[in-house]
Design a protein. Structure first.
Length: 273
C-alpha cells in the first residue's frame, strides 16, 4: 500500500503513526506541514546568503548614483619667515691672506698719458724688471713658493690650504635664495602643497620645520622634516621640496658652497564657507 520505498514524511506514514491517536495534538500538525516549512526555510536562507554576498556590490552601485558633497577648503598664502639668526654663532672668518709670490714684484703703475710735471710715480726701470716682475705693489717674493699665474698674492708665509669642497656651511657671506626670493617661494609652496585629507578630516593644522642642503649647483639634498603636527604633513612638505627648482647657491669667498638651510612650512585649514 505504501510502496517499497520508506518515506516517513509522507502523509500515508503520518496517518499510520497517528492512527487511533489524538490528531489534534500539535505533533501531528508539525509532521504534516514539515515539508513546506523546510522548503521555505531553505529558500529564505539562500536568499539571505545571496543578499549578504551581494551587499558590497549593491553599496558601490548606490554610491555611484548619489553625488558627493564638494569639499570646501580655503587656500591661504603661506607666510614664510627667514630662519632665526643664532647670536651665539660667530660670523664667518675673513678670507685668508694669499701667499707670497715666487719672484719679487715691483709696482707698475697703469700707463696714463700726462705731462711730465704731473707724473707722481715713475715706472720701474729695465734694471728693476730684470730681477722682479711687474705687479700692483712692491712685494717681496718667496723662492720656495709655488708659481702662481693670474692669482692674487699677499704677505702670507704659509701656503693657502685648499678648503674641503664637501664642507657644509651654516653661515655664509651670501645666503642661498629661491629664484625670485621668499615671496616666489611662498607662491610655489601655495601652488604645490596638497593638504592631507586625513588631517583635513581630523581638523589638524600647524607648522612643519624642514631642513635641507643647498648644493653648489643650487639643487636641494638631504631634505628632512624635523618636526610637525603629523607624519602626513611632514611627508607632504618633503615631497614638495624635492620638486623645487634649483636655488641660487650660497657664496663664501666669492665661490659657491654647500649651505644648510631651515624653513618652516605652514599647513592652515581655511574656514568653510
Amino acid at each position: 500500500m505504501l510502496g517499497s520505498k520508506l518515506d516517513i514524511l509522507k502523509q500515508e506514514w503520518i496517518d499510520v503513526v497517528f492512527s487511533d491517536r489524538n490528531k489534534a495534538y500539535g505533533a501531528y500538525e508539525l509532521r504534516k506541514k514539515n515539508g513546506g516549512r523546510t522548503s521555505r526555510a531553505f529558500l529564505y536562507g539562500a536568499a539571505f546568503f545571496i543578499f549578504v554576498i551581494s551587499l558590497p556590490t549593491i553599496i558601490n552601485k548606490l554610491e555611484g548614483f548619489i553625488p558627493k558633497a564638494p569639499v570646501k577648503v580655503k587656500i591661504t598664502d603661506v607666510v614664510l619667515t627667514p630662519p632665526p639668526v643664532d647670536a651665539k654663532k660667530l660670523p664667518p672668518p675673513p678670507p685668508p691672506e694669499p701667499p707670497k709670490p715666487k719672484v719679487d714684484q715691483v709696482k707698475f703703475p697703469p700707463p696714463i698719458v700726462k705731462p711730465d710735471n704731473e707724473v707722481k710715480e715713475e715706472p720701474p726701470t729695465q734694471k728693476d724688471l730684470k730681477t722682479a716682475d711687474p705687479g700692483q705693489k712692491d712685494q717681496k717674493g718667496d723662492p720656495t713658493a709655488d708659481v702662481r699665474i693670474d692669482e692674487p698674492v699677499g704677505n702670507s708665509d704659509v701656503k693657502q690650504v685648499t678648503e674641503d669642497e664637501n664642507k657644509i656651511f651654516s653661515q655664509v657671506e651670501k645666503q642661498p635664495e629661491f629664484p625670485g626670493g621668499l615671496d616666489a617661494f611662498g607662491k610655489y609652496l601655495g601652488n604645490n602643497i596638497k593638504f592631507p585629507a586625513v588631517d583635513r578630516e581630523n581638523g589638524v593644522s600647524g607648522k612643519v620645520i624642514c631642513t635641507f642642503v643647498v648644493e653648489r649647483d643650487g639643487s636641494l639634498t638631504d631634505i628632512k622634516a624635523v618636526r610637525g603636527p603629523s607624519q602626513t604633513m611632514m611627508d607632504e612638505a618633503i615631497r614638495v621640496l624635492k620638486k623645487s627648482p634649483k636655488w641660487k647657491p650660497g657664496i663664501q669667498n666669492n665661490r659657491p658652497v654647500r649651505v644648510s638651510y631651515t624653513v618652516p612650512i605652514n599647513f592652515q585649514l581655511g574656514e568653510e564657507q
